[in-house]
Design a protein around this ligand. Sequence first.
Ligand SMILES: NC(=O)c1ccc[n+]([C@@H]2O[C@H](COP(=O)([O-])OP(=O)(O)OC[C@H]3O[C@@H](n4cnc5c(N)ncnc54)[C@H](OP(=O)(O)O)[C@@H]3O)[C@@H](O)[C@H]2O)c1
Length: 264
Amino acid sequence: MASQRIAVTGATGRVGRHVVDVLHEWGATVVPISRAHGVDLITGEGLADALTGVDAVVDAATAPSPEGASGFFSAATRNLQEVGARAGVQRLIVVSIIGTDRFGPGGLGDYYVAKVEHEQSALAGPIPARILRAAQFHEFVPQLVEWGTHGDVAYVQNMRTHVVAARKVAEALADLAVDPGSAPAPPGTPILEIAGPREENLLDLAVLLTARRGMPLHVEAVSDPSDPNSEVFESGGLLPGPYATLAGPTFEEWLEAEVALARS
Ligand SMILES: NC(=O)c1ccc[n+]([C@@H]2O[C@H](COP(=O)([O-])OP(=O)(O)OC[C@H]3O[C@@H](n4cnc5c(N)ncnc54)[C@H](OP(=O)(O)O)[C@@H]3O)[C@@H](O)[C@H]2O)c1
């Protein structure tokens, strides 16, 4: 394993940075990919050099804003597949989202529709690909609160979720990346899923976060009954299936550790 060379896109992101750390700890040679590292997945700048001699790619990049997701994923995946195949990359491991195929276009649903396009373009080859669908990351809750804050109120979608630590998702991605038999998926196997230890409601997580971080915000859950995607969030469309891997810590344990670290 120590001789494997693995590229990680989104290497500065919430989950990608952990994939880089885990692979380093396991003794792999890691090629971090992001614009901060001088590689652009959309223009292709620096990509051929970055993928030279690479055995596997973990794709953990995403568009700078959710609105640009559709064009981003199709262009980035096409470039990874084309340039990676020329470089001899053996497998592509893609992180997606549990329940993403339950959403329709419009509003927040557009990002999930784009993730399905992402999965399909990765699986179209030529490099064999494997999808790991994850629940929302613990690390994503602060972002959702920030996006929803207007004045002193944070509006969050009424959402059932099974939040998971990005580090646990990263370990699962790294496991697939170093396994020469991980891609393609064996025929008939369900799509891999990873989630946290228990179901939560985003409102409770946001209240906990703002309280523990001392943020002077009132948190409110929002729901649009005329939006069919609201129904998916509220009815458990993002929850894992029976074959999912469930991994701690809980959001509260993760938050306590983060607050303690910030104080030390
Ligand atoms: N967030 C969640 O809760 C969650 C849950 C399940 C699955 N996922 C999936 O996990 C993946 C990563 O999400 P995340 O939240 O970790 O992302 P993130 O923190 O927003 O990080 C995005 C990464 O993509 C890179 N990037 C953006 N544009 C780029 C470009 N043109 N070329 C090269 N790199 C570029 C960024 O680096 P630069 O800006 O330096 O380029 C950054 O490293 C996504 O596919 C997402 O759908 C996320």
